[in-house]
Ligand binder design. Sequence first.
Ligand code: ZN
Length: 392
Amino acid sequence: MLRQKHTTPSIMQRLVFLILAQLLTTGTCDTNPGPEHEEKHEGNMLDHWNYEDQDWSKDHKLCNGKSQSPINIDTRKTLSDKTLPVITLEGYKLPETESLTLTNNGHTVALLLPDSMSISSGFSQKYVAAQLHFHWGSEITPGSEHTVDGIQFAAEMHVVHYAAKYGSLAEAAQKADGLAVLGVLFQVGPQDNKNYDYIFDKLQDVAEKGVNVHIPGFDINTLLPSQLYHFFRYNGSLTTPPCFQTVTWTVFNETVQISQAQLDKLETSLKTGDRTLDSNFRHVQPLNGRTVFASFSSLASSRRIVPKEDSTESEGDDKSGSESGESGIYSNNRVDGSYFTLGDMLATIFGILFGCTALAFVIYVMKQRKRQRSNTETGQKVIYKPAATTEA
Ligand SMILES: [Zn+2]
């Protein structure tokens, strides 16, 4: 595995530790200075990365590693593994008396979570919650990091957890089994998702980079999809420098809906320096032979039908997303909230039915025309002759 190999270990370790201690207070897929670092302080070398130029490996070698995130999840290549244990969350229902910090760290908005929250089962060990944060696009592009069959979603939320045995996020972030991140994909629906108001209503209060506010505890479960047992699993990395390849990713199959107004808020409320903080998503990374597992079979995935709504546009951000075949699947995704083979099958069945109907219709029309033509010819004679005879 790639690791930084320069300088003496003790200095390096200490530096990394300092960096990661900061990370703990703000974000993990997001590793920028915490709220205590004011936006004007440009001295921190870690903050010198941005989303416009994603060639981060110049300063962060690991960003060029073989197990990077995010990825495109090609559902036809996922391996169904129904033995993947169901995820159980503990302590997610926070009391109002809990004070949570919401912060704009210049790369995202993060909600810091208490260590009383955890993934109690679903992995071979316990993972403790650290924070959740968002990735979004702009008026002209969707902003999820993971894509499914080439489709990029409106936005994405990451709930970051670290292995309890390591004691802290900073310590765990560098361990192979150190982190577990839950990924939630967003779609635009017709209604506000009130569960997100706790966070979205406060976005304007953390508009400036480095600012944080406190919000009362609420039920974090309500931010997640209802079907936690349908998910994709793979080994990847932080999606921001230093790109540690220590994340066991869980991307839920079911999407969460928010309204267009809520998405607009996310895309326009925050600033980083003088500009709007938007399009904070990393481009998908090569799979490099990794296997993506699905906790369900394709058919099981499509039982849930979500009412059709107006969703985000694909905007051609992905190579395959704009192919005609894919856009058909995309329409299904938007209706189902799940994206897989049943959708494909239904599309195929309806396609065939439509084809047959169309063919039958064409044949019918042709027959009718033929009949009409012969009728017309006959008709002319018929009309003509009787007219001649009756007048006579
Ligand atoms: Zn993230």
